[in-house]
Every structure is written in C-alpha cells, then in structure tokens.
Design a protein around this ligand. Structure first.
Ligand code: OSB
Ligand code: MG
Length: 368
C-alpha cells in the first residue's frame, strides 16, 4: 500500500458490567483505534492495551506515545509498504507489541480491502464460524458467580472460563462445577500465584478442567514447567507467550500443554499465525484469547480462530457480552454458540462513524 496518513484515536467505551480479574477491575474500556489512509482506501486496526500496565507492561498512553513518536512515523517514512513488511520496519523499536499489532492490522486491512480479499482468506481460515467461549470475571461471591455463569450458558456459550485469584479459586470452581455438571470449564489466574501455591492449585485437579491459564508470572517459564509436573490439569500460557520465540522456548521446556494466542500480545496477527503453525506441527492445541476487543479486533479474532490449529473454543464472545454499543455497524452476535467469520473485504466490518466519534476522547492525525 501507499501510506498517506495514520489517524489515531483513544476511545472510552463503557462496559455493560465491571470486569474483574486477579489484577483489577475495569468499568470502561480504554482502547486505541488506528485508521490507515492509503492511496487505495482506508484500513482499521485496534491496539488492545488497557489503561493501566497490569496485564502486561504496555498501557494505552504508553502505546499512544510510541505510536505517535516512533511507529507511525517509521511507516509513513517508508510510504510504500506491504503488510508483511510492517513487522520488519518496526523491529528497531523494542517491545510495544500491542501497539505494533494495531498499526499492522490497519495496514493489512487497507491492503485487503483494496484487493477485495477477506482477512480470513488471507490468514488461511478454514471455517465460516467459530465456537464461542466466554471469560467471566471474579464476582462478589461463588453464588453470584453461579448466577452469572448460568446466564451465559442460557445464551448458548459453549465454554466457560472463570477468573481466579488466591482465596477465590477452589470454592468458586467447585460452585460452578456443582451447579452445571460437566460443562467445558477452565480457569485463568492472570499470574496471581507462585510455585509456593502448588498445593492449592493441585486442589483444582479435582474439577476436570480443560486447562489452567497462566498461574505464574510472565517470565516464569521454568517455574511453569515445574508446576506442570505437579498438576493433572493442563497448563496453558497466555501472558508468557509474547512472541514465536517465547512459544518455542515454552514448548521446549514443557511449560505449556496448550497456548492462548492473542495477536496483540505477540506483536500482530502474522506473528500469531507463525505461533499457530509452530504449535500445529508440535501437536500443541491453541485457542484464541481476547482483550475485550471492539468490533474491529473481534472480527479479526474470529478470522484467526478459524485456522485449523485452533481446536478449543476461544474467548470470542458476542459484542453484547461487553458493550451496549459497538463501533461497527454489525457487531458480532452469538448464533447457536458460535460467532460468524466475516467474509467481506479486509476485516469485513464497517465502522459506525457516529459511535466512533461518540467514544473518542483523543485524536491525532499524522501524515507524510
Ligand atoms: O487473561 O485472557 C485474559 C481480558 C483482558 C486482559 C486479559 C484477559 C482478558 C480476558 C477477556 O480474559 C477475554 C475476552 O476478551 O473475552
Ligand atoms: Mg488470560
């Protein structure tokens, strides 16, 4: 594409209910939307940082700084570039993977829209819809959790993931198991434990979980391998898998029986594709994680999750699970427990400009 300008916006999108994890509570999603303007049309991307650096070291205003001062200028300087060249051009900037992923997605979307090709086709998607799991935040108490989970099961979600933290683990999991029998169930600790908690985590083995997600810290690959030997529940990594190299290391060490792939966390959808391919060869199942995406990232995730190695349901819920109003004209909906993979050019979603404007709190346009 021939890149003429990059427009960045910070949005504040109210959540339908507070989302609580081991690291905090969000009530408003603060997110960056990227608009790439090319000679042949525009493309959209989303930077999935949170307002605070608690899930990872990245956060929205840090991403804003690196995007406006380094990443967007580097791409604008090149002017003509293919989507596959973006990661290489941005490689001199260390880290800031979510920021890189968002701007790369906008370039990919612009290129594909111009070609009339869908993102799913581009990635190699093999399904027209993907099974939809839901990530359920920590609730007031186990009874409230059972209520909330029951509502999602009634809506048709095919897999439940509950967030856990020390003191809110065994009893919460036991309550959901007791209430709903053998539903597909998994837990996500978001790095809240240490190896010293192994005995508590072993108690979760009683509940036949699909997996336990990221019990230990981002850089605890060796400890995850040690913990995995002490658990029957398969260990799945999220935060630790920041790149294809990290995935290779984790597999070599036996630190992960499964991997949650999030394009933002690993620096983009093309890096995510590489990790998918590696895991497929290694026989390691993967599934698509989520970061409370707007309709832009949600459409992209549905396409990614349609690749053949994604053999477990992802955190790809209906838009309405998080938002009353989305920024695309046809937000993702749940149909028979599935979300459709868009087939239109690029990401296959149209932006609702009025909604986009309504949520925008900061805006800057960088041009050549
Ligand atoms: O750990 O998977 C996570 C949301 C924000 C940050 C980290 C995580 C999550 C989720 C939500 O679990 C998944 C979703 O978008 O549905
Ligand atoms: Mg997680």
């Amino acid at each position: 594409v021939s890149l003429d300008a990059v427009e960045l916006r910070v949005l504040h999108m109210p959540l339908v209910s507070p989302f609580t994890t081991s690291f905090g509570t969000e009530t408003v999603r603060e997110v960056i939307v990227v608009r790439a303007e090319t000679a042949d049309g525009v493309g959209w991307g989303e930077v999935v940082t949170s307002a605070e650096p608690s899930y990872s070291s990245e956060y929205t205003h840090g991403a804003w700084d690196v995007l406006t001062r380094f990443l967007a200028p580097a791409l604008l300087e090149r002017r003509t570039l293919a989507p596959e060249e973006v990661a290489g051009i941005l490689a001199p900037v260390v880290g800031h993977r979510m920021a890189k992923a968002g701007i790369e997605l906008a370039v990919i979307d612009a290129a594909l829209r111009a070609e009339g090709r869908s993102f799913g086709q581009y990635l190699g998607a093999e399904k027209d819809r993907v099974p939809s799991g839901v990530s359920v935040g920590i609730q007031r108490d186990p009874a409230a959790l059972v209520d909330t989970v029951g509502g999602y099961l009634d809506e048709g979600y095919v897999r439940i993931k509950i967030k856990i933290k020390p003191g809110r683990d065994v009893d919460d999991t036991a309550a959901v198991r007791a209430a709903f029998g053998g539903i597909p169930l998994q837990v996500d600790a978001n790095s809240a434990y240490t190896l010293a908690d192994a005995e508590t985590l072993q108690r979760l083995d009683a509940f036949d979980l699909l997996l336990i997600e990221q019990p230990l810290q981002e850089d605890d690959l060796v400890d995850h391998a040690a913990l995995a030997k002490r658990l029957r529940t398969p260990v799945c990594l999220d935060e630790s898998i920041v790149s294809d190299k990290a995935a290779a290391d984790a597999l070599q060490l036996g630190a992960a029986a499964l991997i949650n792939i999030k394009a933002g966390r690993v620096g983009g959808y093309l890096e995510a594709l590489t990790i998918h391919d590696r895991c497929r060869v290694a026989g390691i199942p993967v599934w698509c994680g989520g970061m409370l995406e707007t309709g832009i990232g949600r459409a992209a995730n549905a396409a990614l999750a349609a690749l053949p190695g994604f053999t477990l349901p992802g955190d790809i819920s209906a838009s309405a699970r998080f938002y009353d109003r989305d920024i695309v004209t046809e937000p993702a909906v749940l149909e028979d427990g599935h979300v459709r993979v868009p087939t239109g050019p690029g990401l296959g979603v149209d932006i609702d400009e009025a909604a986009l404007d309504a949520f925008t709190v900061r805006r800057e346009r960088l041009s050549r």
